[in-house]
Write a protein of this length. Structure first.
Length: 445
């Protein structure tokens, strides 16, 4: 076959041609009509299969492929559909397909490769159930190849459909958000009670000239026989900057429960909490080949939406072992361009894995503290994420095996603390509550 041919003969076709040659030769030499007839019919069948596969090759070039999916769910399941449209007049049989996709995403139901038959002038839908996880994940293209019913000829592999990316935002529970609010209040960490502009009730006092009439409490005024007004509690607004590491070391852990994904969900809950509190916040995601950062401090729904969009843009395929120090310094330079000249809270969520990275983190922290900012290093313990879902006996063995990693992480945290940098060690369960506590500790100061 020529190099540019789209139809190839298999070993079966070669054996069939050799067999037909001997049948015809025997038939002509022995003048047996039956053998000649069998040989000619077999040869016609082989040539017919060759013509049919050639037609299928032409049809596969024009095959239309689209990717559809339901609204994606983090830590949940949703349907992905591969739609193949055959516009030709002849059905395409024995078409082998292979759906290419990111290795960081899994399908719990359905087959990403197999054989299908494409009826004429119709569409065929391959349905798959995807187990969602945070980030931007590639789906497509589809590699397709056709062959005849006897396996004599096959087409070359065609790629159909364009690459589609599924962006899955991190999920957070409303119950967690409520617990954050209750947690802060239960420890007395919520804002100081001072009258001023706000929405929550503070106290009542007698009416004074110049008070707004809308603040007059008419029922209470009738009860006390004098005009009284309602005072609201002043909001103590804060500026919170969060730097979230997305480097390769943050991908430790089981599927959909890596360090990065847990921290992404914790950060999402914290940002929802801050947006309800009326605080200003900025999220910067570093560690990969591309840095995702909000352009400036934002607040309320708009800021929350932009933050979630940035987290869902992280592509695990693009993350590879590299210079973590350089990535951290790039995020720091980006932060300095947007940092306000007032007291801010800076929270850096990262895993410390080397002395060089520790020194860079220490340098950044001291410079930020010198600019009168409050800095916290949140250090997720990798081993706590790797043990998620393991039985009790397996956790014990795993802790013994990874004792060195745990010891190094704790040592790095102690060094930062000795140097005067606030450091918090978190696990997969307490991260959002510890981060909320850090923020609320400074609200009234």
């Amino acid at each position: 076959m020529a190099e540019d041919s789209v139809v190839y003969a298999t070993h079966r076709a070669r054996l069939a041609v050799i067999l037909i040659f001997f049948i015809l030769l025997t038939g002509f030499l022995s003048s047996r009509i039956q053998l000649i007839t069998i040989g000619l019919v077999s040869l016609s069948l082989v040539l017919g299969m060759r013509a049919y596969v050639s037609y299928m090759a032409a049809s596969l070039r024009d095959l239309e492929v689209e990717f559809e999916h339901d609204p994606p769910l983090d830590a949940g399941e949703f349907e992905v559909r591969v739609v193949l449209r055959n516009r030709g007049l002849i059905p395409l049989g024995f078409v082998e397909y292979n759906l290419r996709h990111s290795p960081f995403i899994k399908f719990s139901k359905g087959a990403t490769r197999g054989f299908i038959i494409l009826p004429a002038r119709s569409e065929t839908v391959i349905r798959l159930i995807c187990s969602g996880r945070v980030g931007r994940h590639r789906i497509g293209p589809v590699e397709i190849q056709a062959r005849d019913i006897f396996g004599l000829y096959r087409t070359r592999t065609f790629k159909a459909g364009s690459i589609t990316y599924i962006k899955i935002p991190p999920s957070y529970s409303v119950a967690v958000l409520r617990r954050l609010m209750a947690y802060a209040r239960s420890l007395g960490l919520s804002r100081s009670r001072a009258s001023g502009t706000g929405v929550e009730f503070h106290s009542m006092r007698e009416y004074r000239p110049g008070d707004e009439l809308k603040r007059v409490e008419w029922r209470k005024s009738v009860k006390f026989n004098k005009l009284v007004v309602k005072l609201t509690e002043r909001e103590a607004q804060q500026n919170v900057y969060i730097l979230l590491d997305s480097s390769h070391i943050m991908l430790s852990g089981p599927y959909a429960r890596t360090v990065f994904e847990h921290m992404a969900r914790a950060v999402t809950a914290i940002l929802a909490y801050l947006s309800q509190r009326g605080d200003n916040f900025q999220l910067i995601i570093f560690g990969g080949p591309e840095m995702y950062g909000m352009p400036s401090l934002m607040r309320a729904t708009r800021g929350f939406r932009v933050s979630v969009e940035n987290i869902s843009n992280v592509n695990f395929e693009e993350i590879a072992p590299g210079d973590r120090v350089e990535s951290l310094m790039s995020a720091y330079k980006f932060l300095l361009r947007t940092l306000r000249r007032e007291r801010n809270i800076v929270i850096i969520i990262t895993v410390i894995d080397s002395q060089e990275y520790l020194e860079a983190l220490l340098k950044i922290s001291k410079e930020l503290i010198g600019l009168r900012n409050i800095v916290y290093i949140v250090n997720p313990i990798i081993t706590s994420y790797d043990m998620v879902g393991l039985p009790v006996w397996a956790r014990g063995l795993y802790m013994v095996k990874t004792y060195g990693i745990l010891r190094n992480q704790l040592n790095y945290s102690r060094i930062l603390s000795k140097e005067g940098v606030n450091t918090v060690v978190v696990s997969s369960l307490d991260a959002p509550f510890k981060i909320a506590r850090l923020i609320e500790l400074h609200r009234s100061r």
